[in-house]
Structures are given as C-alpha cells and as structure tokens.
Design a protein around this ligand. Sequence first.
Ligand code: GDP
Length: 302
Amino acid sequence: FRRLTERLARTREAFTERIDALFLGKKKIDAQLFDELEEILVTADLGIATTMELLETARKRVKRENLSDPLALKSIIKDLLKSHLTVDQQAAELALPDQGPFVVMVVGVNGVGKTTTIGKVAAKFQAAGRSVLLVAADTFRAAAISQLKIWGERNGARVVAHQEGADPSSVVFDAMTVAQSKGYDVVLIDTAGRLHTRTNLMEELKKIKRVIAKHLPDAPHEVLLVIDATTGQNGISQATLFNEAVGVTGIALTKLDGTAKGGIVANITRELKVPIRFIGVGEQIDDLRDFNADEFVEALFT
Ligand code: GDP
C-alpha cells in the first residue's frame, strides 16, 4: 500500500509545489498573486471555467473578509477545491445493496484501463465478502477476453466468455442468466472500446444495456465510464459520446500516477456532473482507490 501523496507525485510537483513556491515569496494578496495562481491552476488541467469560478469566489471572500495574509488565500483555495470536487458526496461511493445482482456495465475507449479497473474493482468487492461475476463482452479483441480471464484466475472469480467475434449481447444474456440463477452479488461487464467504428460500438453498447434490462428491469445499476487521466480534454469529449449513448452514472479515472495534470479531476466533475467513483494510481491490484474529494485535496496539499 503506497500512500496517495506519493502516487500523485507528478501532480504535486507541477501543482502543489508551484503553489507553495508562489505563496512563500508573497507578503500580501495582490492582483499579481491571482494572475500567477490562475496560470498554475490552468496548467494543471483544472480547466478555464473551473479556474475562473474558483478565483472569482476567492477574490470575493478576500474582499468581504478584508484578508491580507497570502496564507489565508491559500487555505481558501484548498477549501474551494474540495467543495468543487464534490458533486454529491453521498452519491460518490458505489454502495452495494444487500440483495444482488448489482450490475455494472463498464465502458470506455481501448487502452484507458477498463479491464485492469474491472480486475481491481472485483478484488475490492470480493475483499468485502461479495461474490463477483466477470463478463467478457468485448468479443472484438481476443486479447481482451484472455486478459479478463487472467483477472478471473487471479481473483478466483468466475468469468463468462464466448469466442472472439461472438455477439456481445449473447455473452451478456448468458451472464445475466448465470448471475440470477446462482445469485451473484456483483456483475462486472467488460465492453468493447474501439473508437474507429464509433457508431457500431454505440449501437452495440445500447443493445447490451437493453439485454441487461430485459433480465433485470432496474439494471444496469451503474454505467461506469473509465477515463485515462493522461488524455486530458480528450477524455472528456469521449465521455460525452458514451453518455449520449448509454447514460454514464459514474467515472473511474485511471493513470493519475502518470500525469502532472491531476486537475483534470475538477474539470471532469464540472463538465460531466457525474461522480468520480474510483481513481487509479498505479498498475497493482491495490492501486484503485475510492475517490474522496477531501482525501484527494489533502494528498495534494500535504
Ligand atoms: P483497456 O484496453 O481499457 O481494457 O485497458 P487495460 O486495462 O488493458 O489497461 C491498459 C494499460 O494501462 C495496462 O498496461 C494497465 O496496466 C495500465 N493501467 C491501467 N490503470 C492504470 C493506472 O491507474 N495507472 C497506471 N500507471 N497504469 C494503469
């Protein structure tokens, strides 16, 4: 178990350490301080809109409370970031009901870390005593099927898979039958993420969703979109596409350990208005964390 602060080292260097350096040299709050702060926030991929909104709120508070100590401004920025990152704290954690199956359809572009995230989420739920069924509905790539099987072996979880090229919705049909008859608590469905044939992919995902709902009218209970934090604004554009097709209800943001632009977290919260459930901060099985805005901001600023 490595500490979140260490895993976010790249963002900390680019963001926190720059903010620290900025405030260290300041005796008073002035326009120049705000300008430099703006530059740092935008560079960390916080997004122009979020940055402007945040600084505007901070300016008002400084004026209203007649503050002159730069350190007071620093702690205001930290607090504003925390509250900004929280879409709805109550709804942020993916809470399982007592009675399953709880069906999670996992979507996202190839390479973002979908299969890895499924493996990690499976391990997390199993550790909490839940039975997990993995479903290989990306039948487009043989590698995707075998990778999911490897995670199944590693976790000791059953995997429902057909041959490469099979109809993804028939895999899901079988999986739902198994899940209901055997009473699995959680069903994690891996789906395809080929973007070059976008329309077909979205139709495929919609069909999968219909098949799930035929078995269980209120399912899928979660459509989890996996986004690679290193892709910045691109990830947000992808999100819009998936959201239009299948209605995203939660985000898993991966590879935060590999980027200096961890501010993307704020941008996603603002643009998508969907809670970030998990963050990926490495390739190991315990490198998936429940996202918690307070913890995240503390890890960046400590
Ligand atoms: P998929 O095509 O979306 O299923 O992506 P994969 O699950 O195969 O992941 C693609 C690559 O990203 C693999 O090498 C993973 O080990 C890596 N990966 C996934 N999540 C993370 C993460 O949080 N941090 C880092 N550094 N690598 C990750």
